[in-house]
Design a protein around this ligand. Structure first.
Ligand code: NAD
Length: 463
């Protein structure tokens, strides 16, 4: 059994401390919430508007790829601590805590679309059978909990005073979601009553007893803190990418610069990789939503649009390298290795690799993608994309190979074999992921982000 799962077992909830938990929305956040709370011994019911998802989960199958979750799902279903239902009343009836984990996608204006949050709040209000805590885990702008509370008053005036709304943002990273949920850096709860803090302390006691820090704030602070964290991480990535653009103009090496920066404990090495930029369901939308929130509050924050622009420029910089390498992109065949927004997930939402694919297609190139998990999702999102069964299949006959997602398996590629089957031996490492010496000694011209392009030695000098 996975080591993190083993460490979280046996169930740690003390007798009499067990809570009945409902989770509305069993996607990337909701499902992990279900499994980690069931793993520590609470009784959990997951609810989703998507019946297919409920059917899959009930039979122990995963609706998306996330390492090790299937294993814990099996354990929790077998324990009888976790079940799933398509009926919100069934999930909420008798619950002590109800988590809202529905999506908060961006509107065209960039503001968070909170329609699903309102729907979930209304469903919960109608289904509530007694006092409970509603915990918003979806990432929402400050002020959302207050709107949920007002919804409760409109829907169930007789019960609203006995329902507390708290903010309990989720900090998990896709690809490492289970580890982050079972062993989080911190748990944040924003509430306005001691009664609500007491329930959340009881819910998270098994984690706190293992040494996890529980931070308590008021509700608006917790809502703001989630945005603050995501925006800061996006800012670090964009700073590295801005440095990459300068290095490209000044003959510097961004990898060496961020190594120097990361050695300073005040800066730290995480999230300082130059490449194609950030993507996924959090950073892009949360950054814009936070900027819009600040503007609505009367505070302009141009820093954030600069961060987003630098991120978009990272894809443009990769395109520029492709044009430099291939001259015209029309009728060129480009192999994209990696389609997920990052390794460890099949999630392609706001994937920079797909943004690159889309641009290449619009310029007339043929794009053949390979991804160990995200291929099916990618082609749904980007229908012009062709799919290959393995990296060599993608590279066969390609005029350029682009490494667009840093999957660990790409470190094991037989680059010499790949160099034999491409049309032109050109590799754009858009994640600065491969060892330059290995790439060029295999015979490729190696383009990187924010680092000098390296040409291979003459054939007779290669190892
Ligand atoms: P998701 O799209 O994977 O899951 C959302 C689920 O909610 C879907 O299964 C959908 O069918 C369901 N749903 C929508 N409306 C519903 C309703 N009224 N009743 C029942 N189910 C409903 O989204 P996600 O990635 O889990 O993100 C959810 C929230 O968590 C977002 O606000 C996101 O910003 C935040 N978040 C995401 C991550 C992440 O890494 N994905 C991390 C931290 C926070």
């Amino acid at each position: 059994m996975n080591e993190v799962i083993t460490r979280s077992r046996p169930a740690k909830v003390a007798p009499g401390e067990r809570l009945r938990v409902a989770v509305i929305g069993t996607g990337h956040v909701g499902l992990i919430t279900c499994t980690s709370l069931a793993a520590v011994g609470h009784d959990v019911v997951g609810n989703d508007a998507d019946r297919d998802k409920i059917d899959l989960l009930t039979s122990g199958r995963m609706p998306f790829y996330e390492p090790d979750v299937a294993e814990l799902l099996d354990v929790c279903l077998a324990d009888g601590r976790l079940r799933f239902t398509g009926d919100t009343s069934d999930a909420v009836s008798g619950a002590d805590v109800v988590f809202i984990c529905v999506g908060t996608p961006p509107r065209a204006s960039g503001k968070a679309n909170l329609v699903a949050v309102e729907q979930a709040a209304r469903q919960v209000a109608r289904a509530a059978t007694g006092p409970l805590v509603i915990a918003e885990k979806s990432t929402v702008p400050a002020g959302t909990a207050e709107r949920v509370q007002r919804t409760l008053w409109l829907e169930r005036p007789e019960l609203a005073a006995s329902i507390d709304v708290v903010s309990n943002p989720e900090f998990l990273r896709e690809g490492r979601a289970l580890e982050d949920s079972l062993e989080p850096d911190r748990i944040l709860v924003g509430a306005s009553t001691q009664r609500a803090f007491d329930v959340m302390q009881r819910l998270y006691r098994p984690f706190v007893e293992r040494g996890v820090r529980l931070i308590e704030t008021n509700i608006a602070t917790a809502e703001l803190a989630k945005h603050a964290c995501n925006v800061f991480l996006a800012m670090k990535i964009s700073y590295a990418n801005a440095l990459a653009r300068i290095c490209e103009r000044a003959d510097g090496d961004v990898t060496a610069i961020v190594e120097v920066m990361g050695a300073d404990p005040r800066i730290g090495p995480e999230f300082l990789g130059a490449g194609l930029g950030y993507g996924g369901y959090c950073f892009p939308k949360d950054l814009v939503a936070f900027e819009r929130l600040a503007a609505d509050l009367g505070y302009e924050l141009p820093l954030l649009s600069a961060v987003a622009k630098i991120n978009d420029d990272a894809v443009d910089a990769a395109l520029h390298k492709l044009r430099d390498a291939l001259w015209n992109l029309e009728d060129k065949r480009v192999a994209l290795l990696g389609l997920a927004f990052k390794p460890g997930t099949d999630d392609v939402r706001f994937s920079p690799a797909l943004a690159l694919a889309q641009n290449l297609l619009e310029e007339g190139a043929t794009v053949v993608g390979y991804d160990p998990y995200a291929a099916a999702n990618a082609v749904r999102e980007c229908p012009g994309l062709e799919l290959a069964d393995d990296p060599y299949d993608a590279a066969r006959g390609a005029h350029c190979v682009v490494l667009s997602t840093g999957w660990p398996e790409f470190r094991e590629l037989d680059l010499a074999k790949m160099a034999e089957i491409v049309s032109f031996p050109i590799l754009v490492d858009a994640r600065n992921f491969l060892e330059p010496e290995e790439v060029v000694s295999a015979g490729f011209t190696h383009y990187q982000m924010g680092r000098p392009t390296i040409h291979p030695p003459p054939r007779h000098e290669r190892g």
